[in-house]
Design a protein around this ligand. Structure first.
Ligand code: GLY
Length: 593
């Protein structure tokens, strides 16, 4: 009973937020549409769509993982800010209210559609490996990989954060409001406190043992040794102070001076598992503009983040192979559709494991991996009725004679995705992370530090052959984050992305296919059950009608496992006004005007 009361309180908080927002933008007239998604309405069919209506707006929209963050972004857009301005405000609040997923201590990738130049730009704010790491960082004295959480918890896994620099960079390029104004909502909220959400409370409880390892972290999330409960009003004056300093002095103050000193001290002198991140790494950090990775899918150009993310390339490979097959005719209820999607995905993941890493450090066949002739050849492997028995990497056109070994990297789901469209027609799609839930569990100046270095392969070689995603000084760990913008005839039609470790790729690809091929509205496409294959086992979202696919997939030769698939898809469809969809599996909402 108490649990349900708490949930109702949380939803009422959301409704109250809607009221505040309506007030905030009343001068412009009209009302803000806000829907907390997750309707249980079910449309008939074997592969039933968990329906839901998208949130509609005309001028601008924000979709993100927490109502308070969405509200901050909408406030900025209502004042005439751009999507870049709103992104800064949303991230500043997410770092407070969803601290387990992203924040100042992490990294992010941005895909930006610029209305003025009709062009896509991608910015890489991924963490870097400290300059004094060695290849043995995650190996024991016998040269064997250490346990995953032995690496994650503590200073060892902390890479140089990129998010503050990325926010600053995007604001300098596309901001319209003053930098300091973008932190007002987050700073006030950090001072006055916010209600701990069900998801945050649940994750604190589940992670209590690890969070207790460090006093600062324990005092914040488990005061007096008791996990924060839903609805507790949580203040973070240190975070407020950090935001105020960044608001006044810009992001450089994060990378030099007092904040940098505190980060170094926390990482290097943590009472166990110290790391090597230093002020030198922070001072040297740079955001990189990368070439977008775009692939033709049906009548659309699907554009995403290139290396060091594997997101754009792997989604591009999946869709590029599926171009040969008429998924629209097969429909979402057909096991054949899922065989094609699943095995196209396995083939793409095989290439990902072998070839994809930070292309500043290792040569990559980026062009070869998306070459239409190569994808056609890969997709012809799918001309069968059964699951592929063997899936191995292909041989894309590569101007290097290097041989890479398949890698072994763990990625566990945390992370957050934000989609924004502003009233000028700019579109921003950003995925942001501190990697594991609560990152390294080290907290400094009110924010958590990432454990992004565990996205590198722990092994540097396999049978004497090097792994492309091995750690090196200054290198960026391979990511699966897939912020995406889809164009039709050069115009943006969809911004999308998700958290979820390497399943991000499957979540995003499924939603794009559901939207483009199966004509679902964006909320239906997000809410529809996940059926994901990366390495051979079909993950089917448990307690959904997609479980009915199991016998047919097993008869084709697939192993099938029903499980929770906790995506956090946040998308905006652009065309007939704006239509926002937020993932009912998490706490996000869409809100616009
Ligand atoms: N740490 C999650 C990712 O970058 O894919």
């Amino acid at each position: 009973m108490r649990f349900y009361l708490i949930i109702i309180c949380f939803l009422i908080t959301g409704a109250a937020l809607g009221q505040q927002i309506t007030d905030a933008i009343e001068p412009e007239g009209g009302s803000v549409s806000q829907v907390v998604t997750g309707s249980d309405e079910v449309v008939a069919g074997l592969f039933a769509k968990k329906a839901g209506r998208p949130v509609r707006a005309e001028k601008f929209m924000v979709v993100a993982a927490n109502p308070l963050a969405v509200e901050a972004g909408v406030n900025i857009l209502a004042k005439g800010g751009s999507a870049a301005d709103a992104m800064v405000a949303v991230q500043a609040v997410l770092g407070l209210v969803e601290p387990q997923s992203s924040g100042l201590g992490g990294g992010a990738f941005l895909v930006w559609y610029d209305e003025a130049t009709s062009s896509i730009t991608t910015l890489d704010g991924r963490e870097t490996a400290p300059l004094s790491v060695t290849p043995k960082l995650f190996l024991d004295k016998h040269g064997e990989p250490i346990g995953f959480y032995d690496a994650v918890v503590g200073g060892l896994s902390v890479g140089t954060p990129g998010t503050p620099a990325l926010l600053d960079d995007m604001h300098k390029r596309w901001g319209r409001m003053s930098w300091s104004d973008l932190f007002v909502d987050a700073t006030m909220l950090a001072r006055s406190g916010f209600a701990v959400s069900p998801r945050l409370a649940n994750l604190i409880e589940r992670d209590a043992e690890r969070l207790m390892r460090y006093t600062v972290t324990a005092d914040y999330f488990l005061p007096g040794g008791v996990p924060l409960s839903v609805g507790t009003i949580l203040k973070n004056s240190e975070y407020a102070e950090t935001l105020q300093i960044i608001a006044e002095e810009g992001s450089r103050t994060f990378y030099s001076g007092r904040i940098a000193q505190e980060i170094e001290k926390t990482v290097q002198y943590s009472n166990d598992n110290p790391g090597v991140l230093s002020q030198r790494d922070l001072a040297a950090y740079q955001v990189k503009q990368r070439d977008p990775v775009c692939v033709k899918y049906r009548k659309y150009d699907v554009c995403g983040m290139g290396p060091p993310s594997s997101g754009g390339l792997t989604i591009g490979q999946i869709l590029g192979q599926l171009n040969q097959y008429d998924l629209a005719a097969l429909g979402p209820d057909s096991p054949e559709s899922w065989r094609l999607i699943g095995d196209a995905s396995r083939l793409a993941f095989a290439d990902r494991g072998r070839y994809m890493a930070d292309s500043d450090f290792v040569p990559m066949p980026t062009k070869g991996l998306l070459d239409p002739a190569y994808l056609f050849a890969r997709s012809s492997l799918l001309n069968t009725d059964l699951a592929l028995k063997e899936v191995v990497p292909g041989n894309p056109d590569f101007d290097h004679a290097l041989i890479w070994s398949d890698d072994e990297s763990f990625e566990l789901p945390s992370t957050s995705h934000i989609s924004i469209v502003d009233s000028f027609g700019n579109v921003a799609s950003m995925t942001t992370t501190i990697e594991n839930a609560f990152g390294s569990r080290l907290m400094v100046n009110g924010f958590l530090l990432n454990n992004e270095l565990t996205d590198f392969s722990f092994r540097t070689h396999r049978d004497g052959v090097p792994v492309a995603n091995a750690i090196a000084p200054g290198k960026r760990p391979r990511s699966s984050m897939s912020p995406t913008i889809i164009l039709r005839d050069g115009e943006p039609v969809l911004a999308i992305g998700s958290p979820g470790g390497s399943r991000i790729i499957g979540y995003t690809a499924k939603t794009i296919i559901s939207y483009i091929d199966w004509g679902m509205n964006i909320q239906e496409a997000i809410s529809s059950p996940h059926v994901i294959n990366r390495f051979g086992v079909f993950d089917i979202e448990q307690d959904t009608l997609a479980e009915n696919l199991t016998p047919a997939l097993e008869a084709m030769g697939f192993q099938v496992k029903a499980r929770e698939l906790n995506s956090g898809l946040h998308a905006i469809a652009i065309g007939d006004g704006l239509q926002g969809g937020a993932d009912p599996r998490r706490e996000g909402i869409a809100m616009g005007h």
